[in-house]
Design a protein. Structure first.
Lengths: 287, 225
């Protein structure tokens, strides 16, 4: 680590101590294997109940709009949603608006399909029980196109199988034929899906996003443009708890608690130090 | 002048107005127009990727050629890009070329899963360290407004993690007091502020779109005009 010559020595030292403390706060609780009890939030519960209320053969559209950098928060959500679909017999239609997300979307489909066999004893097959459409360029225009003609936008799936006549897409001509859309996003795609996709098609939408994006979703949630949302790793943990299939989300809760508490203590400590310094200076000035 | 300015402006105006109008005209021609235009933009989007590839390569080649600060890192851009393209062609087209026999993962998938994903996640996770350090240094209750912001941040930060339920139960006899307080901050002040910002952005976007359609804003045509 290089030091900045313009900064005082104690600055670098404090910074390094904070880094070590954060590392310990993340690593030790995560690998301790202990879990903390918590209550799932109403926003996540609504998404879960909506997916749980779908009938076998219904279609759930899952755009994977995050790249590997947000994998830690969003991949557990992706796995839980897909597992939930396979458990219920709901057909997930997975696609992405971003070329860098193709690999991570495929990885999610493969892992959840393998889990369906080991967890629920179901053999899940691409093209029959789920569809992975892959990537097409166009972003907002692609969404518009899917709103009119989904099979026109994706004439083949990721595995080069024609979507026309595909068993998993039977009865699906456009986004209007989807029962629910859950956008897993780390970029500004949620608003695009609302404006160009679900609002026009008149279908319900939910989303799973990184924690920093979650505050932006409240206006859409209040206006019922989103039926609910999963915010950050906590959102993933809530969904895992409701699904009763533990995963990385629940496992990460103790580490997240420890890190948040550490940051709060650091902020409070810094403020107390400043106030104490001010009081001391005042006292010295008076005496 | 006509080729460089007038015709592009007319195309933008014509297509822009048609794209805007098609939402309000429930005629089959209108739907067909939208269908055609979205196909066009998807094709153009595909070509834009080549443009992006060219732009990225050009930037890094210039950096290497001129030995600009940090030019060594630019070499890794080409190692990564050429490497991934090569393993895709060899592994998925000419293949089979697997990284292992048990997992049957193609080298491209292996590279994506075990190099790109961990590297990207590592870079993003470093944020946690910088955020903790920055919060320690800058989150100061210098005045009443800063104090309120600090209090709200602490409540939201604490209310979002499970430990707040334990603390809340011990302090108030109800595990949901702190989480609900955190939720109330998100549900009301946060929502009001976000909605205001979003409406402002939307109005700005509408006015900017109008400027582009009417040819007042021309910077997208280049030439500093």
């Amino acid at each position: 680590m290089t030091t900045n010559p313009g900064r005082p020595r104690h600055y670098e030292l404090t910074r390094r101590i904070i880094f070590v403390l954060v590392a310990l706060a993340v690593i030790l609780p995560y690998f301790s294997g202990r879990q903390q009890p918590f209550t799932p939030s109403p926003e996540v519960r609504k998404v879960f109940e909506k997916v749980d209320g779908l009938s076998p053969g219904d279609h759930l559209f899952i755009p994977i709009d995050y790249d590997p950098s947000s994998e830690a928060e969003l991949y557990p959500m992706c796995l839980s949603l897909l597992r939930h679909c396979f458990k219920k017999g709901v057909i997930p239609i997975v696609m992405t608006l971003w070329p860098t997300s193709v690999g991570i979307a495929k990885q999610g489909c493969d892992e959840a399909a393998a889990d369906a066999n080991s967890m629920f004893g179901k053999k899940v097959v691409s093209g029959k029980d789920y569809v992975f459409l892959g990537f097409r360029p166009g972003v907002q225009n692609l969404i518009l196109k899917m709103g009119d003609n989904l099979k026109g936008a994706f004439d083949k799936d990721y595995y080069n199988q024609p979507t026309q006549g595909m068993k998993a897409l039977a009865g699906v001509n456009s986004l209007k034929d989807i029962k629910l859309l859950v956008d897993l996003a780390a970029m500004g795609t949620v608003e695009w899906w609302i404006a160009y996709g679900t609002d026009r098609a008149g279908i319900p939408m939910a989303t799973g996003t990184t924690a920093v994006m979650a505050p932006d979703l409240y206006p859409f949630y209040q206006s019922n443009q989103l039926i609910g949302f999963l915010g950050g790793l906590r959102g993933a943990a809530d969904y895992e708890k409701l699904l009763k299939i533990p995963g990385r989300g629940e496992r990460g809760m103790l580490a997240q608690s420890a890190t948040h508490v550490l940051i709060i203590l650091l902020i409070l400590g810094a403020n107390i130090r400043i106030f104490a310094g001010r009081l001391l200076r005042k006292k010295e000035g008076l005496s | 002048m006509i080729l460089k300015r007038t015709i592009p402006l007319l195309i933008v105006f014509g297509i822009g107005v048609l794209a805007f109008m098609q939402d309000y005209v429930p005629h089959p021609w209108s739907t067909a127009f939208r269908d055609e235009m979205t196909t066009w933009t998807m094709v153009i989007g595909g070509f834009a990727m080549f443009l992006g590839l060219y732009s990225l390569s050009h930037m890094h080649i210039t950096k290497i050629r001129r030995k600009m600060p940090g030019w060594g890192y630019s070499i890794f851009v080409f190692i990564g890009a050429v490497g991934m393209i090569a393993v895709y062609i060899l592994g998925d087209t000419i293949g089979p070329l697997y990284a292992g026999t048990a997992n049957k993962k193609s080298l491209f998938d292996w590279g994506y899963e075990y190099i790109l994903v961990p590297c990207s996640a590592t870079v993003f996770s470093i944020l946690a360290f910088f955020m903790a350090s920055a919060a320690f240094r800058t989150f100061r209750a210098r005045n009443l407004a800063a104090g309120l912001l600090l209090a709200a941040a602490i409540i939201v930060m604490f209310g979002r993690v499970p430990v707040s339920e334990n603390v809340s139960l011990r302090l108030f006899g109800d595990g949901m007091v702190i989480p609900n307080l955190s939720k109330a901050i998100m549900d009301y002040p946060n929502l009001a502020a976000k909605r205001g910002i979003m409406l402002g952005i939307a109005l700005g976007m509408i006015s900017q779109s109008m400027r582009i359609l009417l040819g007042i804003e021309r910077s997208y045509m280049g030439g500093g005009d």
